[in-house]
Design a protein around this ligand. Structure first.
Ligand code: NIG
Ligand code: FE
Length: 406
């Protein structure tokens, strides 16, 4: 539910008939999910005005009965790359026959993206956002990173800003072909004129810190990018430890990044550094599925007390899915997460990774981003893989949202 849509929708609405209400607020209900059986929510002015047991619900201007369905906070997809043109289905096919992923295919998306018109990129972006929304995602973070020139990166962020406030400058995705063998020169561009042109359109900066990839950036280069972004007022995120146990996690923790993403290969020292810290680990199991790689060990992180988020990483290369329910099913089946932990990670975890307190839960005052399941419980997200159970709750009158996650 977008803020614009709700605020046009005057008056209060009582949503009842909620068989299982996941609030993510332990003061409101059972467990870490704050589950209220037979719950109700009152929405007014785009916010949660009241939440609790249906038997105690106040009256409202309008009523909706969900017939026993489960309601959760909308999914918060805190990691995606949606501004691109072209297609890499051939690369995927080769991977399924054993070709490893090393980020080299990013260059072909860069070429296709540079050649695309604004309207083409906008149409593709909006199609993907609509695809996400139809599956229950109500907030999405979107990175640049397929332009890799000053103008192209700024364009990508301008377009991303049309559909979300959670925009991330990823000029340091890979070294583009015209800078081959001149990484230092490209870094000077990224941390200088490109950052200056992109910072007005970005909330975050990110870097593909991966010494194991010949295309990405080592620890020193990643540090330079992140420090420059921080000095420009951007929050920090890191593609860390995706292909090897490199320096990304330690850097993210040291610099106070909001999130270290991927974290597929972690040393004991990495887990120690993350424990008790403010850096969320965002796991992206669609990547391991789509690159035929070993999954990260979520259990190890959760048992150490690390805050874990789940996100899609939707992009044309390493993972072309926009489905958070699919990622939840993978996290439960392959990564040792319970259904409750996975539901929390895809909602409250995503909000924590974006340092947002107004989303990811359904306490009073939260944004009225409600997700309905055509099922009685959050468990069905993993129990019924591949079934389109999740959708956003649209309060009447329904109208197309302009932004997702405003
Ligand atoms: O998060 N690893 C770096 N970036 C993306 C993949 C981008 C691509 O392959 O096009 C990721 O996996
Ligand atoms: Fe990514």
């Amino acid at each position: 539910m977008s803020q614009d849509q709700v605020s046009r929708d005057r008056g209060s609405t009582l949503v009842s008939g909620i068989g299982e209400l996941v609030t993510n607020d332990p003061s409101l209900g059972a467990g870490v999910l704050g589950v209220v059986p037979d719950g109700a929510v009152v929405v007014a002015d785009g916010r949660v005005a009241w939440v609790g047991a249906a038997s105690a619900a106040p009256d409202a201007d309008r009523r909706i009965d969900l017939g026993g369905r489960a309601v959760l906070p909308g999914f918060v997809d805190s990691h995606s790359h949606l501004v691109f043109a072209g297609d890499r289905a051939g690369e995927f096919e080769a991977r399924m026959s054993g070709t490893p992923y090393d980020g080299g295919g990013i260059a072909s998306t860069v070429q296709a993206t540079r050649e695309a018109s604004d309207d083409d990129l906008r149409a593709r972006l909006r199609t993907l956002v609509a695809e996400m929304r139809a599956q229950g995602t109500t907030t999405v973070e979107i990175k640049s990173g397929y332009g890799l020139t000053v103008e192209q990166e700024a364009r990508a962020l301008r377009l991303a800003g049309e559909v979300t406030v959670e925009t991330t400058f990823l000029g340091a995705h890979v070294v583009p072909p015209e800078y081959a063998g001149r990484t230092e020169d490209y870094l000077a561009l990224v941390t200088g004129p490109m950052l200056a042109a992109c910072a007005p359109y970005a909330r975050w900066i990110d870097v593909f810190c991966e010494p194991a990839s010949p295309h990405a950036f080592d620890g020193a280069a990643s540090r330079a990018v992140l420090e420059a972004g921080r000095d420009a007022g951007l929050g920090l995120r890191v593609h860390a430890n995706q292909l090897s146990a490199g320096p990304g996690v330690q850097l993210a923790v040291e610099l106070g990044a909001a999130s270290a993403d991927h974290c597929t290969h972690l040393s004991p020292a990495d887990v120690d550094a993350l424990t008790g810290g403010a850096t969320v680990v965002t796991l992206l199991p669609g990547v391991e599925f789509s690159t035929r790689s070993p999954y990260p060990d979520a259990r190890r992180l959760l048992d150490a007390g690390v805050t874990v988020a789940l996100a899609s990483d939707c992009n044309p290369g390493s993972c072309f899915t926009s489905s958070i329910p699919f990622c939840i099913a993978l996290a439960v089946r392959e990564m040792g997460m319970t259904p409750a932990e996975a539901a929390w990670a895809a909602t409250a975890g995503g909000a924590a990774a974006l340092r947002r307190t107004d989303i990811g839960h359904l306490g009073v005052g939260a944004r009225a981003d409600l997700l309905v399941l055509d099922a009685p419980s959050h468990r069905h997200l993993a129990y019924r893989p591949g079934i389109p159970l999740a959708r956003p709750l649209v309060l009447p009158p329904a109208s197309a949202p302009r932004r997702i996650g405003t």
